[in-house]
Design a protein around this ligand. Sequence first.
Ligand SMILES: [Zn+2]
Length: 281
Amino acid sequence: MSIEKVGRHTYADIAYNGANVGCIITEQGMVLIDTLFVPEEILDWDRQIKKLGDKGVRCVINTHHHFDHVLGNYLYKDGAIIAHENCYRELIKPDGAMTRYFVTRREDFTQDIKESVYRLPLALPNITFQDRLSLHLGDVNLEVWHAGGHTDSSIYIYVVEDKVLFTGDSFQPCHPYMGQAHFREWLRLLNATLKMDVAAIVPGHHVVCGKTELKQFIRFLRQMWNRAKKLAEAGARRDEVITQLRDLINYYPLANPGEINIQKYEFDFAVGRLYDELTAK
Ligand SMILES: [Zn+2]
C-alpha cells in the first residue's frame, strides 16, 4: 500500500494489484471508491482507511461492474453500496463481474490465489441511479454521474471541494480493457472531460494524473477510431482491420507480464468491436 493525498479530503492508493482505490474523508464518514479483488489487498486497504478517519465508512461507490473494482464490496455489505443501475444489472448475471473470464488467464497468479478470488462473496450495489446523483456529506459534496465509454455501467465521481475526478476505467493512462466499450460515446465523454475544472484525476488504473495524460489517452482512442474508420470505408474486412491496427498495442507499454497475452488478445477483440460499431447500420 502507499496512500497518496490527492486533495484536502481525498486519498487514493494506486499500488494495489489490479485497480486503484479512493477514500474521501467527510464530516459524515468515509466514502470509498471501489474495493479491489485480491483477498489480502481488500483487507489491507480496510486497515489503511481505518487509520485515515475514525467516523467509519459512510458508503462505497463502485465506478463500474468489473471484478477488480467490486469484489471487496462484501466487507461493507451492511452499509450503502452505490453504483449505476447497469452495474447492478451486470453483477446479477453469472460471472457478471467477469472474474473468471480474467482471473483464470492471469499467468502471474497461483492456483491458490485464483481459488481465493473465486470464493469471495459478491455484495451487490444496494443503491443505484440512472443519470446522476449528488451526495452532500457536511463539508464535502460529491457529484456522481453516468459516464459510459468503457462500459455501460461506468460512472464518474467528482469531489467538488477538491476538484478531484475519479474516472474508473473510462480513463486510464495505460492500456484499457475495451471489450465492452462504446467508442463513439467514449470519445465524446473524454472530450467533455477535457473541459472540466479538475485539479487531479484518479483513473481506474495506473498513476494519479491530469489533462496531459488525458489528452494522450484521447489521441490513442482517436487513432484507433480514425484508422479503423478509414479502412472500413475503403472496404477492408473485419480481420484486415484487426491486423492493420495491431501496431497500436505499442502505444502504451505492456507493463504487467501476467497480462501481456490477455492484452494482445483483448486488443484484437476490441478492434473487432470497434469495426462492428463503425459498420453497424
Ligand atoms: Zn474495467
